[in-house]
Design a protein around this ligand. Structure first.
Ligand code: FES
Length: 183
Protein backbone atom coordinates (compact mmCIF):
# COMPACT_ATOMS: atom_id res chain seq x y z
CA UNK A 1 0.00 0.00 0.00
CA UNK A 2 2.76 2.47 0.95
CA UNK A 3 4.51 1.89 -2.35
CA UNK A 4 1.48 3.09 -4.22
CA UNK A 5 1.48 6.35 -2.24
CA UNK A 6 5.22 6.93 -2.74
CA UNK A 7 4.97 6.23 -6.44
CA UNK A 8 2.02 8.61 -6.80
CA UNK A 9 3.73 11.51 -4.98
CA UNK A 10 7.27 11.31 -6.35
CA UNK A 11 6.51 10.53 -9.93
CA UNK A 12 3.03 11.48 -11.02
CA UNK A 13 3.78 10.41 -14.54
CA UNK A 14 4.23 6.79 -13.38
CA UNK A 15 1.99 6.73 -10.31
CA UNK A 16 -0.72 4.85 -12.05
CA UNK A 17 1.57 2.45 -13.86
CA UNK A 18 0.94 -1.00 -12.30
CA UNK A 19 4.27 -2.40 -13.51
CA UNK A 20 6.18 0.40 -11.68
CA UNK A 21 4.29 -0.30 -8.42
CA UNK A 22 5.02 -4.01 -8.68
CA UNK A 23 8.68 -3.32 -9.13
CA UNK A 24 8.91 -1.20 -5.95
CA UNK A 25 7.03 -3.78 -3.92
CA UNK A 26 9.16 -6.70 -5.13
CA UNK A 27 12.41 -4.77 -4.57
CA UNK A 28 11.37 -3.97 -0.96
CA UNK A 29 10.62 -7.60 -0.17
CA UNK A 30 13.89 -8.75 -1.71
CA UNK A 31 15.97 -6.31 0.36
CA UNK A 32 14.16 -7.24 3.58
CA UNK A 33 14.65 -10.95 2.99
CA UNK A 34 18.30 -10.47 2.09
CA UNK A 35 18.89 -8.39 5.24
CA UNK A 36 17.37 -11.05 7.49
CA UNK A 37 19.44 -13.75 5.86
CA UNK A 38 22.68 -11.86 6.23
CA UNK A 39 22.04 -11.16 9.94
CA UNK A 40 21.04 -14.74 10.72
CA UNK A 41 23.95 -16.45 8.97
CA UNK A 42 26.81 -15.39 11.31
CA UNK A 43 24.90 -16.74 14.35
CA UNK A 44 24.19 -20.05 12.65
CA UNK A 45 27.74 -20.25 11.38
CA UNK A 46 29.30 -19.67 14.82
CA UNK A 47 27.17 -22.30 16.49
CA UNK A 48 28.15 -25.11 14.14
CA UNK A 49 31.78 -26.16 13.79
CA UNK A 50 32.22 -27.27 10.22
CA UNK A 51 31.92 -30.95 9.43
CA UNK A 52 35.54 -30.84 8.23
CA UNK A 53 36.79 -29.63 11.62
CA UNK A 54 34.94 -32.35 13.49
CA UNK A 55 36.03 -35.08 11.10
CA UNK A 56 39.68 -34.13 11.18
CA UNK A 57 40.23 -33.43 14.90
CA UNK A 58 41.73 -36.91 15.12
CA UNK A 59 42.15 -39.64 12.55
CA UNK A 60 42.86 -43.34 12.59
CA UNK A 61 45.30 -44.58 10.01
CA UNK A 62 45.90 -48.13 8.78
CA UNK A 63 49.66 -48.67 8.67
CA UNK A 64 49.38 -51.85 6.61
CA UNK A 65 48.97 -49.56 3.58
CA UNK A 66 52.58 -48.35 3.84
CA UNK A 67 55.33 -50.73 2.67
CA UNK A 68 58.88 -50.48 4.05
CA UNK A 69 60.73 -47.57 2.51
CA UNK A 70 57.52 -45.73 1.54
CA UNK A 71 55.45 -42.97 3.02
CA UNK A 72 51.87 -41.91 2.73
CA UNK A 73 50.77 -38.30 2.98
CA UNK A 74 47.47 -37.74 4.74
CA UNK A 75 45.66 -34.44 5.13
CA UNK A 76 45.09 -33.68 8.82
CA UNK A 77 43.84 -30.43 10.33
CA UNK A 78 44.51 -28.73 7.01
CA UNK A 79 48.13 -29.82 6.86
CA UNK A 80 49.95 -32.70 5.22
CA UNK A 81 51.01 -35.47 7.54
CA UNK A 82 53.81 -37.86 6.53
CA UNK A 83 53.52 -41.45 7.74
CA UNK A 84 56.79 -43.13 6.80
CA UNK A 85 57.77 -46.77 7.18
CA UNK A 86 61.54 -46.37 7.51
CA UNK A 87 64.10 -48.90 6.30
CA UNK A 88 66.74 -50.22 8.74
CA UNK A 89 69.29 -48.04 6.87
CA UNK A 90 67.20 -44.88 7.41
CA UNK A 91 66.88 -45.67 11.11
CA UNK A 92 70.62 -46.37 11.44
CA UNK A 93 71.49 -43.09 9.70
CA UNK A 94 69.21 -41.18 12.07
CA UNK A 95 70.57 -42.86 15.22
CA UNK A 96 74.18 -42.37 14.07
CA UNK A 97 73.60 -38.59 14.09
CA UNK A 98 71.86 -38.41 17.48
CA UNK A 99 74.82 -36.52 18.92
CA UNK A 100 75.84 -34.50 15.89
CA UNK A 101 75.68 -30.70 16.10
CA UNK A 102 71.93 -30.33 15.66
CA UNK A 103 70.11 -27.01 15.41
CA UNK A 104 67.13 -28.48 17.28
CA UNK A 105 68.72 -31.30 19.32
CA UNK A 106 66.63 -34.45 19.70
CA UNK A 107 67.54 -38.11 19.53
CA UNK A 108 65.79 -40.30 17.02
CA UNK A 109 64.29 -42.32 19.89
CA UNK A 110 62.57 -39.16 21.17
CA UNK A 111 60.77 -38.82 17.85
CA UNK A 112 59.30 -42.31 17.56
CA UNK A 113 57.40 -44.70 19.80
CA UNK A 114 59.37 -47.33 21.79
CA UNK A 115 59.82 -50.52 19.79
CA UNK A 116 58.32 -48.89 16.67
CA UNK A 117 61.38 -47.07 15.31
CA UNK A 118 60.41 -47.85 11.72
CA UNK A 119 57.30 -45.65 11.98
CA UNK A 120 57.97 -41.94 11.69
CA UNK A 121 54.94 -39.65 11.80
CA UNK A 122 55.58 -36.02 10.94
CA UNK A 123 53.68 -32.86 10.15
CA UNK A 124 54.85 -32.26 6.61
CA UNK A 125 55.15 -28.53 6.89
CA UNK A 126 58.60 -26.92 6.72
CA UNK A 127 59.33 -25.07 9.94
CA UNK A 128 60.69 -22.11 7.98
CA UNK A 129 57.63 -20.82 6.14
CA UNK A 130 55.43 -23.87 5.77
CA UNK A 131 56.20 -25.33 2.36
CA UNK A 132 55.83 -29.06 1.94
CA UNK A 133 59.24 -30.82 1.83
CA UNK A 134 59.82 -33.76 -0.47
CA UNK A 135 61.52 -37.01 0.53
CA UNK A 136 64.80 -38.08 -1.01
CA UNK A 137 66.56 -34.74 -1.47
CA UNK A 138 69.43 -33.15 0.39
CA UNK A 139 72.62 -34.51 1.88
CA UNK A 140 71.04 -36.46 4.75
CA UNK A 141 68.72 -38.83 2.89
CA UNK A 142 65.59 -37.32 4.38
CA UNK A 143 63.43 -34.41 3.25
CA UNK A 144 64.27 -31.36 1.21
CA UNK A 145 62.24 -28.17 1.15
CA UNK A 146 62.31 -26.67 -2.35
CA UNK A 147 61.22 -23.20 -1.22
CA UNK A 148 64.47 -22.03 0.42
CA UNK A 149 66.59 -25.17 0.62
CA UNK A 150 66.07 -26.53 4.13
CA UNK A 151 67.32 -30.09 4.54
CA UNK A 152 65.93 -32.60 7.06
CA UNK A 153 67.45 -35.98 7.91
CA UNK A 154 65.76 -39.39 8.09
CA UNK A 155 64.40 -38.49 11.51
CA UNK A 156 62.92 -35.24 10.16
CA UNK A 157 65.49 -33.18 12.07
CA UNK A 158 66.63 -29.92 10.54
CA UNK A 159 70.21 -30.20 9.28
CA UNK A 160 70.75 -27.36 6.80
CA UNK A 161 69.00 -24.21 5.58
CA UNK A 162 66.87 -21.51 7.18
CA UNK A 163 64.28 -23.68 8.96
CA UNK A 164 64.75 -23.31 12.73
CA UNK A 165 63.13 -26.52 14.01
CA UNK A 166 62.73 -30.20 13.27
CA UNK A 167 59.61 -31.32 11.40
CA UNK A 168 57.03 -31.57 14.17
CA UNK A 169 55.85 -34.93 15.47
CA UNK A 170 52.11 -34.76 16.22
CA UNK A 171 50.46 -36.48 19.15
CA UNK A 172 49.64 -40.03 18.18
CA UNK A 173 49.23 -43.48 19.70
CA UNK A 174 49.26 -47.05 18.45
CA UNK A 175 45.84 -48.69 18.73
CA UNK A 176 47.29 -51.99 17.44
CA UNK A 177 50.36 -53.09 15.49
CA UNK A 178 48.78 -51.83 12.31
CA UNK A 179 46.67 -48.88 13.42
CA UNK A 180 47.52 -45.46 14.84
CA UNK A 181 45.30 -42.70 16.11
CA UNK A 182 46.68 -39.28 15.29
CA UNK A 183 45.49 -36.26 17.24
S1 FES B 1 59.67 -22.80 3.62
FE1 FES B 1 61.05 -24.47 3.68
S2 FES B 1 62.97 -23.55 3.53
FE2 FES B 1 61.62 -21.87 3.51
Amino acid sequence: MADTAVGAKTDPAQGSDPSRRDFIYIATIAVAAGGAASIAWPFIDQMNPSADTLALASIEFDLSKVPVGQQVTVKWRGKPLFVRNRTPAEIAAAVKDDHAALKDPQTDAERVKPGKANWLVLIGSCTHLGCVPTFGGGAYGGWFCPCHGSVYDTSGRIRQGPAPLNLAVPEYAFLSDTKVKIG
